[in-house]
Design a protein around this ligand. Structure first.
Ligand code: C2O
Ligand code: CU
Ligand code: CU
Length: 473
């Protein structure tokens, strides 16, 4: 945690060793696609997740993970989504500020066999975003079975001091449960309905037990926590620090060196991983450290015995092994500064406050006592006004709270952890609120008017209605 000096202190105990002899699968990278008259066909498919058998999935363009979309800031994004699955479907561009009929609100979900055309200009800051299904009651299932990929916004001028594209590692981290036959199990009932659905295995880019070869150089890892409910605490097994350069809202104002970083579902971090001092054959595990989730249920607490431990929030997981090999004459460097960030909402300019209570209890997930209704407008927010919103968690389960159509600035956190963390600086579209916490953010909509969403990004909570309609007028 943060010390009195405001510095995040190193992990007390050195990291436990990891299994070096285990057979590992090479990390797969998603195919890359430019969203210019692109076609995104969503359909059933199958892939080996690393157990040697094909598991039934839902895939975009038959790829796992779904294609990575790369676009330059200021360019037009155009794509046609074709729904080849048995459910209604709509895709959402998480973190982009698209017009309301392009943003993937569930009221636009199209029936099986139909399509949806997207066209809008990308004005968002360079960074790592993602896309996923936003079908009401089905987002958890669709994401779990494979619909979802990274969306990268580039700005070559702003990014000139960062590692080149060949040294980028786009990584989607997700936990899963696998059945004895090697296929995915998704059964969000009982305790999973309250905790959200967690599993004891970790996938990196859709595969179990992965490794990636790296040169002795600096890499830019673009990391998305694409889990339905699991929070990761990322760290290196060699206890070296990592350099955080970006989060949900893109590049930060300055790089910060950290021993570990928490990422909740839907949050992104970009980390510079320095292997320059690595020798041929060195191995480093990217892992999620064990932690005690503050203030409440551990997840799986009602299950008892082994099961409880395997599915718990905060259990340690090894995520991805890096193997150092080869040589390079151009190892790269850690930049001292990053491009400046204009126009963060100023809390002193606030003209209004709003309060949102996130409550999970008795098999219900609600915001301000209400369950989502497709046509009900929950809040009307004037375009351009600065407001202070409080997200309060008055139940027993963590909530990664997400807002569409803008990025907010995290002001403070009361109760629980009682502080804000370096990865919550700058602009955010998702913020983690643990039981007993109230997080205040400054919000201002400056991109689009229309109907957008505020919701919990624990996908089981969202599917059960922990979501509101926000009308920007
Ligand atoms: Cu990542 Cu409303 O979504
Ligand atoms: Cu979103
Ligand atoms: Cu939640």
């Amino acid at each position: 945690m943060l010390g009195p000096d405001g510095v995040l202190h190193a992990i007390a105990a050195p990291s436990a060793p990891f299994d070096r002899v285990r057979r590992r699968n090479p990390l797969q990278f998603a195919p890359e696609l430019t969203p210019r008259e692109a076609r995104l066909r969503v359909a059933p498919g199958a892939r080996d997740l690393g157990r040697g058998v094909e598991a039934p999935l839902l895939l975009v363009n038959d790829a796992l993970p779904s294609p990575t979309l790369r676009v330059r800031r200021g360019e037009e994004f155009s794509a046609r989504m074709e729904n080849g699955i048995d459910d209604p479907l709509i895709l959402h561009w998480h973190g982009l500020t698209a017009p309301d009929d392009m943003d993937g609100h569930p009221r636009f979900a199209v029936d099986p066999g139909e399509r949806y055309d997207y066209r809008f200009r990308v004005n968002d800051r360079p960074g790592t975003y993602w896309y996923h299904s936003h079908t009401h009651h089905r987002t958890g299932r669709h994401t779990y079975f494979g619909i979802g990929g990274l969306l990268i916004v580039e700005d070559p001028e702003a990014e000139r001091d960062l590692p080149p594209k060949e040294r980028e590692l786009p990584i989607i981290l997700q936990d899963r449960r696998l059945g004895d036959d090697g296929s995915l199990v998704y059964d969000p009932v009982g305790p999973s309905m309250m905790n959200g659905f967690m599993g004891p295995e970790a996938l990196a880019n859709g595969t179990l037990d992965t490794f990636a070869e790296v040169e002795p150089a600096v890499y830019r890892a673009r990391i998305l926590n694409g889990s339905n409910a699991r929070i990761f605490r990322l760290a290196r097994s060699d206890d070296r620090s990592m350099t955080l350069i970006a989060n949900d809202g893109g590049l930060l104002e300055r790089p910060v060196s950290l021993p570990w970083v928490d990422v909740a579902p839907a949050e992104r971090v970009e980390l510079l991983l320095d292997f320059r001092e690595g020798n041929e054959g060195d191995r480093v595990m990217l892992r999620s450290l064990s932690f005690d989730p503050p203030g409440g249920m551990m997840g799986g607490g009602m299950m008892g015995g082994q099961m409880a431990i395997a599915y718990q929030q905060g259990r340690p997981l090894d995520l991805l092994e890096f193997r150092v090999s080869g040589q390079t004459t151009d190892p790269g460097f850690l930049p001292e500064s990053l491009p400046s960030m204009p126009g963060l909402p100023d809390p002193a300019a606030s003209v209004r406050e709003r309060h949102f209570a996130f409550t999970s209890r008795m098999m219900m997930h609600r915001i301000n006592g209400r369950e989502f209704e497709m046509e009900r407008i929950d809040e009307e927010v004037p375009f351009g006004d600065t407001e202070i919103w409080t997200f309060e968690n008055d139940g027993n389960y963590p909530h990664p709270v997400h807002l569409h159509a803008t990025h907010f600035r995290v002001l403070d956190r009361r109760g629980g952890r009682g502080q804000i963390f370096p990865w919550e600086a700058g602009r955010k579209d998702t913020v983690l609120v643990y039981p007993g916490e109230a997080v205040r953010v400054a919000v201002r909509f400056t991109a689009e008017r229309g109907l957008f969403l505020l919701h919990c990004h624990n996908l089981e909570h969202e599917d059960h209605g922990m979501m509101q309609n926000i009308l920007v007028v």
